[in-house]
Design a protein. Structure first.
Ligand SMILES: [Fe+2]
Ligand SMILES: [Fe+2]
Length: 291
């Protein structure tokens, strides 16, 4: 048996193995409940959203905390009531807050990666995607999810096999351009497909799943979902541009590389628009206290 053959697996097997070991991260159902409220014919009301958040103390605390960040500051007066926080954020931003907090809830200690670096990369990618969403005719909340979750497969593979993960890092020399190939060599699967599989397990929208699946190979995704894949790819490129790497591999920052330029051209987005979305995304992530 070769050194790597022992780690070969399929995305479904990774998820099944983690379920069996009771190590599959769970995903908050507050988001699903929230979406049910938001999809009612008359939309979600502040009272209903408040009631839902009251049943989840961590979410409740997170929404109040967000209402007290720079983005919503109201002359230095502190918000202490949940209903006031919900009113201040509005339905869209409450949803984004629930997404971000649900994402953070997935992670636990004991995985050998630079989690803080990974989380910052993911958060900033989420907000950059949100600011690029309109150029792809994709709803902002779906774009945000794509950016936020695009690397979740890295964490899942690291949780699945410590040894396999260490080997991927070694083989890739922790360079982004070799990382996916190293994953394929070691595991036979990549973080893109494992990530898509886990978020599909969590019932995320199909477009978000395809965006994550295609973020390293957008041109190879089914045409209908290519905008999602390109958007996710560009969001991650934006984070890399800022020097915010994913905690396992690095690349050149502060430059728009040739493949990013091609992707921008294909979508008819000029570089200054891209740079603006990157700056706005970073700013927003910072102003809501998520980085
Ligand atoms: Fe990736
Ligand atoms: Fe990434």
């Amino acid at each position: 048996m070769t050194a790597t053959r022992q780690f070969k697996v399929t995305s479904a097997e990774v998820i099944d193995a983690l379920v069996d070991l009771k190590r599959l991260p769970s995903f908050s159902n507050t988001l699903a409940e929230f979406d049910r409220l938001a999809n009612q014919s008359n939309g979600a009301h502040v009272e209903e959203v408040t009631r839902l958040l009251q049943s989840d103390p961590r979410m409740m605390a997170g929404v109040i905390r967000t209402a007290n960040t720079a983005r919503y500051a109201r002359g230095g007066r502190k918000v202490t009531q949940l209903s006031e926080a919900v009113g201040l954020l509005g339905v869209k931003d409450v949803r984004a807050t629930i997404m971000a907090l649900s994402f953070l809830d997935v992670f636990s200690e004991g995985v050998e990666m630079e989690t803080n670096v990974f989380l910052k990369h993911s958060m900033v990618s989420g907000f950059i995607a949100k600011h690029l969403a309109s150029y792809f005719a994709i709803p902002e909340y779906e774009a945000f999810l794509m950016g936020l979750f695009h690397e979740i497969g890295i964490y899942i593979l690291a949780t699945y096999s410590k040894e396999g993960f260490a080997l991927v890092k070694e083989k890739s020399n922790q360079r982004l351009k070799y990382y996916v190939t190293a994953e394929r060599d070691v595991f036979g699967v990549t973080h893109s497909s494992v990530g898509a599989r886990i978020i599909s397990h969590w019932h995320m929208p199909e477009r978000v799943i395809r965006g994550v699946l295609g973020h390293h190979s957008p041109a190879r995704i089914e045409v209908a979902y290519q905008p999602a894949a390109y958007l996710t790819y560009l969001a991650e490129s934006g984070a890399v541009y800022l020097g915010l790497f994913n905690g396992v591999a690095e690349a050149a920052s502060d430059e728009i590389n040739a493949s990013t330029q091609r992707a921008l051209q294909k979508q008819g987005i000029d570089e200054s628009t891209f740079l603006q979305a990157i700056a706005k995304g970073y700013e927003e992530a910072e102003s809501v206290g998520l980085i």
